[in-house]
Ligand binder design. Structure first.
Ligand code: ADP
Ligand code: TRP
Length: 321
């Protein structure tokens, strides 16, 4: 089964990104033929460009490789290294009714907020359709906010196939329902835009400082504490095996320790959990050429699928004459 996903290069990764998305991708490598790319063209629609975009692209690639994307199991590349995607984007534009894009949330939300949208934001779903349809995946795992984009890709594929035959495979989206929303330091959903993130790769001291900011109930030290609903506990449970979790529950119930102790424990557990990944990252940071090489190989592998597909589309549409 072929699974495909795109990742926006948007900066430092937090533990919400890890448990909500990256870990699923890494786990999927065991059972599926996984395709993952860094969506650098997409990032331009939200104003990223220049040296910053180049740097974010390398950082994101480095982080994903460090966290377990295995280039021997997955095809991992940068979107802009396989140019067929832009050609398909144009072809698909001719099968995209304006109304379909006018109804897209990503564009509607921005314009509703008074943000003046540029054309790349408007046509973002068409590029995303090209990303998907070029590689004929069976499944596209997405967060809820991206479901509509996969549906748009299906609609466009149906219109294209009606005209030119059964060339494009209709993708299915998959939303991982049992992935809990990871809370941030203030208890809301962890998100870069809320400034409540615990980042995966940061200095130990800085991480501890962030963890100390987690909002908790005020309960006297000697009193028993409630772990259900506690932001520290909810974060810690992401990292703990069952036995360790039961131990932590007992410590909450026993009293005699404050939330400060649990925060120190969380910081330790998290530091240990990511130790191996940090070491791998250190290696890749010191060997950025290795990362570039992996991405180039990934792009070659992706091209082996993209090129014949695009040839088929050129023939069908009369671009090849
Ligand atoms: P952010 O909200 O920090 O900008 P993104 O929107 O870039 O994060 O999210 C990238 C991926 O990480 C998405 O697949 C999203 O579903 C997942 N993700 C982000 N925040 C969380 C969270 N708090 N809990 C679970 N998953 C999350
Ligand atoms: N739009 C997706 C996001 O913001 C990223 C993305 C781009 C993507 N192209 C894709 C995801 C193709 C899945 C398939 O998260």
């Amino acid at each position: 089964m072929r699974v495909l996903t795109g990742i926006q290069p948007s900066g430092d990764l937090h533990i919400g990104n890890y448990f909500g998305s990256i870990k699923q991708m890494v786990d999927a490598q065991k059972t599926s033929n996984t395709f993952a790319f860094i969506a650098n063209y997409h990032a331009m629609s939200s104003g990223n460009g220049g040296e910053r975009l180049a740097q974010l692209t390398m950082q994101t690639a480095t982080d994903f490789l460090s966290l377990g994307i295995d280039p021997n199991k997955s095809t991992f590349w940068v979107q802009s290294d396989v140019k067929e995607v832009l050609e398909l984007y144009w072809v698909l534009s001719a099968f995209t009714p304006m109304g379909l894009l006018e109804r897209a949330h990503s564009y509607k939300d921005k314009t509703a907020k008074g943000i003046s949208a540029n054309h790349s934001l408007f046509s973002y779903p068409v590029l995303m359709a090209a990303d998907i349809l070029l590689y004929s995946p069976d499944i596209v795992p997405v967060g809820k906010d991206q479901i509509q984009h996969v549906e748009i890709a299906r609609d466009i594929a149906i219109k294209f196939n009606n005209e030119y035959g059964d060339i494009l495979k209709l993708p299915e989206f998959k939303v991982e329902e049992n992935v809990a929303t990871v809370p941030g330091t203030d208890g809301q959903k962890m998100s870069k835009s809320y400034g409540n993130c615990v980042n995966i790769f940061g200095e130990e001291k800085k991480q501890l400082k962030t963890i100390k900011k987690i909002v908790t109930e005020q309960v006297a030290l000697e009193e028993p504490k409630e772990y259900e609903g506690c932001n520290v506990y909810n974060m810690a449970k992401l990292f703990l095996e069952e036995d360790a979790l039961l131990d932590l529950q007992k410590r909450y119930k026993a009293g005699g320790e404050g939330h400060g102790h649990f925060k120190l424990y969380l910081a330790d557990v998290m530091w240990e959990y990511f130790r191996e990944y940090r070491e791998k990252r250190e290696h890749y940071m010191n060997n950025q050429n290795e990362v570039r090489e992996i991405l180039q190989n990934g792009a070659s592998k992706a091209s082996e699928i993209a090129q014949p597909m695009m040839e088929k589309i050129r023939s069908a549409t009369g671009i090849r004459y």
